[in-house]
Design a binder for this molecule. Structure first.
Ligand SMILES: NC(=O)c1ccc[n+]([C@@H]2O[C@H](COP(=O)([O-])OP(=O)(O)OC[C@H]3O[C@@H](n4cnc5c(N)ncnc54)[C@H](OP(=O)(O)O)[C@@H]3O)[C@@H](O)[C@H]2O)c1
Length: 225
């Protein structure tokens, strides 16, 4: 078992993920806002400000907390719903900062440790069907960029033994999904969705893949009812 850095640890999926990681015997450090309310150690960071992350990660490094790092799971995201006609520059900058640029920057800062441990980077993306969705261009655009970031990183770091996985969850029962469905005027039935604990268990399984193979991509859908 290893030491896993998790963003979005205070969210619906993130809380379940932290619980599953700890249950599996991993040490977890959360990165984000309000992480002090979690049961695991954390560092405060606003992912809307990627330029501040070097300071936050530097503090962890100075405390010797990156030495045994084995994995980084990017679970944070924002998902504003707005047509292109209504999405201003500030909104685009914010979503690309939180959903993409901070993931790239945290990965960059963690790479020296992850290379040492031949570690694993997991990007929580969104179901591959989310392409070209009216009123969701900024979100689907950010997730498309996140997929390309992951695919580039996988090839770049293959020689250093770092594994890179993109997880594509379908509808998962969190407050966020309820809000997104309401914004689209679509019904939300948590019972028809993936339980966050189930998705979390699958992410823990990915981290525990044997030495000779691992899933580069994992699509997770609610079972047919
Ligand atoms: N739920 C679904 O159906 C679904 C489906 C496909 C993919 N996903 C993906 O799964 C991941 C988690 O989704 P979720 O449903 O658990 O969403 P959530 O409950 O809204 O969690 C989002 C997390 O991101 C963090 N975050 C947002 N802005 C931040 C910022 N500026 N700085 C630091 N942290 C920030 C939030 O922390 P704060 O509380 O500080 O904002 C929270 O911990 C996301 O990447 C999402 O796109 C979800």
């Amino acid at each position: 078992m290893g030491h896993v850095l998790v963003t979005g640890a205070t969210g619906g999926i993130g809380v379940a993920l932290v619980g599953a990681l700890v249950e599996a015997g991993h040490r977890v450090t959360a990165v984000g806002r309000g992480v002090g309310r979690l049961d695991v150690p954390g560092i405060e960071a606003d992912l809307a400000e990627p330029g501040t992350l070097a300071g936050a990660m530097g503090a962890l490094e100075d405390a010797g907390e990156l030495e045994d790092l084995t994995a980084l799971v990017h679970c944070a995201a924002i998902s504003p719903v707005a047509a292109v006609a209504d999405a201003d520059a500030e909104m685009w900058q914010r979503i690309l900062a939180v959903n993409v640029a901070s993931a790239a920057e945290l990965t960059r800062l963690a790479l020296p440790a992850l290379r040492r441990s031949r570690g694993h980077v997991i990007f929580v993306n969104a179901a591959p069907g989310t392409t070209g969705v009216p009123r969701w261009s900024a979100f689907v655009g950010s997730k498309a960029a996140l997929r390309e970031l992951a695919d580039s990183l996988r090839e770049e770091e293959a020689a250093s033994g770092v594994r890179v996985t993109t997880v594509y969850p379908g509808a998962t029962a969190t407050d966020l999904l309820g809000e997104v469905r309401a914004a689209f005027g679509r019904p939300y039935d948590p019972e028809a969705c993936i339980r966050p604990e189930t998705l979390a268990a699958m992410i823990v399984w990915v981290l525990g893949a044997p030495a000779d193979a691992y899933p580069a991509e994992l699509s997770v859908l609610p079972s047919p009812r």
